[in-house]
Design a protein around this ligand. Structure first.
Ligand code: PLP
Length: 403
C-alpha cells in the first residue's frame, strides 16, 4: 500500500503570503473604490534590462536555426555563464572559485530546499528567527524538523535575531550540524560584516558543521565592510555552500535563473559535497533553458552591469524613502541600507497582525507581518522597496498620516 510523506501533514496550514493575499482581497472587495498599494511580497516591478532582452531575443532566434539549436543542456549550466560568474562575481572580488564549483539553477528557493537531499535526515538544523520560511518548511518536509508545537519545530535550533542583538544571531550553544545564514537578511534587511561572519566560519570548522549561506540580496550591499560572499572569509570554502540569484539582482523573478556554489574543499564525512550535489542535479534537474542562461550572461556585459545597477539603485532609493518616512513618523526602523527590506517596529508594542490590519484598513497599504517569519518577528512589519517610486512615496504619505 502506498504511503505519503506524512511530514507534509505536520506543516502549519496557511502560508504567510496566502493569508496576506486573502486579507488584501477581502479589503478590495469591501472597498472596491479604494487604492491598494502592495509593499508586501518581495517581487520586483522594473522590467528586464534592455541588454538582457536583446540577448534573449538573439538566443530565441538561434534556437530556430539548425546551427544554433540547443536541446538538453549541461545540468550544471553552460560554460559561457559559469565562466562569467567566476570572473565577475568572484575573481573580481579576489575570491578563487572554479567554474565546476558553480551550479546554475532555476532558483535560490529551489536550491535552498533541494540541498537537503544530500544531507542525512538526522542532522540538527539551525535557523534564524525570524527567517525566510523556505529553510524551515523544506527541512520539515524532509523530516528533519520534528514536530510543530506552539509555532516551533521541536528538532530545529532557533537563533533569535532581535533588537537586543542587532538582529545578528548568536553562535549556537548546542551542537548543530547545518546552519542557514542569510545576509543581507530577509526579512530584517540587516547585513553582516566580515567581522560578524568570521566566528561562524570558525564555529563550523570547529564543530564539523556546514553553513548554507544565502546571499540572494548581495547586489544591494552598499557598505564596504559587508562581504558580498561568505568566501571573502578565510576558510569559508571548507565549510560553506553559497546561494545566489538573478531574481533580485537583475529582475529575473519571472525569468528564473540562480546559482549555487559548492566548493571542492567542502567535505562531510570525508566526502566532497560538490560531487554529491552534481550527482543530485544530474539526476533530478534538467538545467536552465539556453535562452534564459544567455539572458543571464548579458547581465555581466558592460551594458548589463550598468542597467541592472540602475534598477538596484532605484530600489535602494525607495528603501531610503521608506526609512525616512517611517522614522519621521516616529517608528523605529532597521534594514534598507544594504537590502531591499525595511524591518519596522510597530508603535506602542502592537502585535504584527494588528498593525498590518490597521495599516491596510486605514491606508490601503499592504505590508507583511513580522510574526509570519517566526516568533521573534512579533511586533514588527516588513516593507519592501520593490514597488515603484511613485507608489512608495504615496504609501509612505498615507502611513505617515495615520501615525
Ligand atoms: N532567498 C531569499 C532569502 C529570498 O528572500 C528569496 C526570494 O524572495 C529567495 C532566496 C528566492 O530566490 P529565487 O527567486 O532565486 O528562487
Amino acid at each position: 500500500m502506498a504511503r505519503i510523506n506524512d511530514n507534509y501533514l505536520k506543516l502549519p496550514g496557511a502560508y504567510l503570503f496566502s493569508t496576506v493575499a486573502r486579507k488584501t482581497n477581502e479589503f478590495t472587495q469591501a472597498h472596491p473604490d479604494r487604492e491598494v498599494i502592495k509593499m508586501s511580497i518581495g517581487d520586483v516591478t522594473k522590467p528586464l534590462a534592455p541588454a538582457v532582452i536583446e540577448a534573449m531575443h538573439k538566443a530565441v532566434d538561434e534556437m530556430g536555426t539548425a546551427e544554433g539549436f540547443h536541446g538538453y543542456g549541461p545540468e550544471q549550466g553552460y560554460a559561457f555563464l559559469r565562466d562569467k560568474i567566476v570572473e565577475i562575481d568572484y575573481k573580481a572580488r579576489g575570491i578563487d572559485v572554479d567554474a565546476d564549483e558553480i551550479f546554475v539553477s532555476d532558483g535560490a528557493k529551489s536550491d535552498c530546499g533541494n540541498i537537503g537531499d544530500i544531507f542525512s535526515a538526522d542532522n540538527r538544523v539551525a535557523v534564524c528567527d525570524p527567517v525566510y520560511p523556505v529553510y524551515v518548511d523544506t527541512n520539515a518536509m524532509a523530516g528533519r524538523a520534528g514536530e510543530y508545537v506552539n509555532e516551533r519545530w521541536s528538532n530545529l535550533y532557533y537563533m533569535p535575531c532581535t533588537e537586543d542583538n542587532g538582529f545578528m544571531p548568536e553562535l549556537p550553544k548546542e551542537n548543530v550540524d547545518i546552519i542557514y545564514l542569510c545576509f543581507p537578511n530577509n526579512p530584517t534587511g540587516v547585513a553582516a560584516t566580515r567581522e560578524q561572519l568570521k566566528p561562524w566560519v570558525e564555529y563550523a570548522k570547529n564543530n564539523g558543521a556546514v553553513i548554507l549561506y544565502d546571499s540572494a540580496y548581495e547586489a544591494f550591499i552598499t557598505d564596504p565592510d559587508v562581504p558580498h560572499s561568505i568566501y571573502e572569509i578565510e576558510g569559508a570554502k571548507e565549510v560553506a555552500v553559497e546561494f545566489r540569484s538573478f531574481s533580485k539582482t537583475a529582475g529575473f523573478t519571472g525569468t528564473r535563473c540562480a546559482y549555487t556554489v559548492v566548493p571542492h574543499e567542502l567535505k562531510v564525512d570525508g566526502v566532497e559535497l560538490n560531487g554529491l550535489w552534481n550527482r543530485r542535479q544530474c539526476t533530478k534537474f534538467n538545467g536552465v533553458p539556453y535562452v534564459i542562461q544567455k539572458a543571464a550572461e548579458a547581465v555581466y556585459s558592460d551594458e548589463g552591469q550598468r542597467q541592472t545597477r540602475e534598477a538596484i539603485d532605484y530600489y535602494l532609493e525607495n528603501a531610503k524613502i521608506i526609512r525616512k518616512a517611517l522614522s519621521d513618523a516616529g517608528l523605529t526602523v532597521y534594514g534598507g541600507e544594504n537590502a531591499p527590506y525595511i524591518w519596522a517596529k510597530t508603535p506602542d508594542g502592537m502585535k504584527s497582525w494588528d498593525f498590518f490590519d490597521k495599516v491596510l484598513e486605514e491606508t490601503g497599504v499592504v505590508t507583511t507581518p513580522g510574526s509570519g517569519f517566526g516568533p521573534s518577528g512579533e511586533g514588527y512589519i516588513r516593507l519592501t522597496a520593490f514597488s515603484t517610486k511613485e507608489n512608495t512615496i504615496k504609501a509612505m504619505e498615507k502611513i505617515k498620516n495615520i501615525l
